[in-house]
Design a protein around this ligand. Structure first.
Ligand SMILES: N[C@@H](CCC(=O)N[C@@H](CS)C(=O)NCC(=O)O)C(=O)O
Length: 310
């Protein structure tokens, strides 16, 4: 099998979620560092337009969104498992809370907390991505209500502290699993990127002990890769994903159909078009082609994404 290639940058919290996921399974991976703001000329040919971070590539298969990435890591490397004590349902449901409400509150606090120090190009890009078309107004408001935003995050940190106080070392039991990665990345983000983060976390002793246990898991091992080499690997590899039908698909999506996929939020992102290769309740996989990559199969989660037949 080809190497696991993670297209990412060190400061990305969502990449941190995946790095912890790689650490739980003690995997070796290759790191391609991508720009923090577009253009991303060596990433877009792989994804067909998806610009977020991180993206995982294995040969000519490209996995967009941390949800899709972690699911694929569990499928390919089942031991140690991401769901040590019970199945995947509840941890994935927790991840929808952390990626939606918890992430939205956290990113607002981190962006607003930087005040005038936030570089203009970064503010414009992230403002539009996370705060919508009226992001300038939203950012101004957020800057004037840091205490309110902190109260929103504090309440969610308190849930976690309370849950962990039940006595288990990790969120879903005595062993680390995907739920830990899905929660930890935001604690990491608040602590590392908000000036008041350490103070905000300081009242939650149990949460901080858990934070240290998750930090100690590490990220597996990694070595850097040049973006051009990653593109060459895609070009020289065959797609591994086989055709998959889902008779119960509510949209009647099926292999061979041309569709477009985009995140189900108004964030100004491009849709990705391609020909369906595989359909399931959790993933949609499209085949597409570019000069730099040849044919690749690009995978997206279903939850949080729209698939529109063309
Ligand atoms: N739902 C996505 C969210 C990814 C996301 O928003 N990542 C941030 C970085 S932490 C991002 O893409 N920022 C803009 C960029 O890197 O271009 C996932 O789980 O992967």
């Amino acid at each position: 099998m080809s190497d696991i290639i993670l297209h990412q940058y060190p400061q990305s919290p969502v990449a941190e979620k995946v790095r912890v996921g790689l650490g739980i399974k003690k995997l070796h991976w290759r790191s391609v560092e991508i720009p923090r703001i577009p253009p991303k000329p060596d990433l877009i040919p792989l994804t067909g337009g998806y610009r977020r971070t991180p993206v995982m590539q294995i040969g000519a298969d490209v996995y967009c969104d941390s949800q899709c990435i972690l699911r694929e890591l569990e499928r390919r490397f089942p031991q140690p498992g991401y769901f040590p004590e019970r199945g995947g349902g509840l941890p994935w449901a927790i991840s929808r809370w952390t990626d939606d409400r918890f992430f939205a509150d956290t990113i607002k606090l981190v962006l607003a907390g930087q005040g005038d120090k936030l570089p203009a190009d970064f503010a414009e890009d992230r403002g539009r991505l996370y705060m919508g078309p009226d992001w300038q107004q939203a950012l101004l408001e957020a800057r004037s209500e840091l205490a309110h935003l902190s109260s929103q995050i504090r309440g969610q940190l308190a849930w976690l502290d309370d849950w962990l106080s039940s006595g288990d070392d990790f969120i879903a039991g005595s062993t680390a699993g995907v739920a830990d990665a899905c929660v930890y990345y935001l604690v990491w983000f608040v602590r590392g990127r908000y000036d008041g983060g350490a103070q905000l976390l300081s009242e939650f002793a149990t949460l901080q002990e858990w934070e240290q246990r998750v930090a100690a898991i590490g990220h597996g091992s990694s070595s850097d890769m040049n973006p051009q080499d990653a593109l060459a690997i895609a070009r020289d590899s065959e797609i591994e994903t086989v055709e998959r039908y889902d008779d119960n698909d509510p949209q009647h999506l099926a292999p061979g159909m041309t569709v477009s996929v985009r995140p189900d939020v108004n964030a100004g992102e491009m849709a990705v078009s391609g020909v369906v290769r595989a359909v399931s309740s959790d993933t949609i996989s499209l085949v597409r082609e570019s000069e730099q990559t040849g044919q690749v199969c690009v995978h997206f989660p279903r939850i949080g994404y729209r698939v529109d037949p063309q």
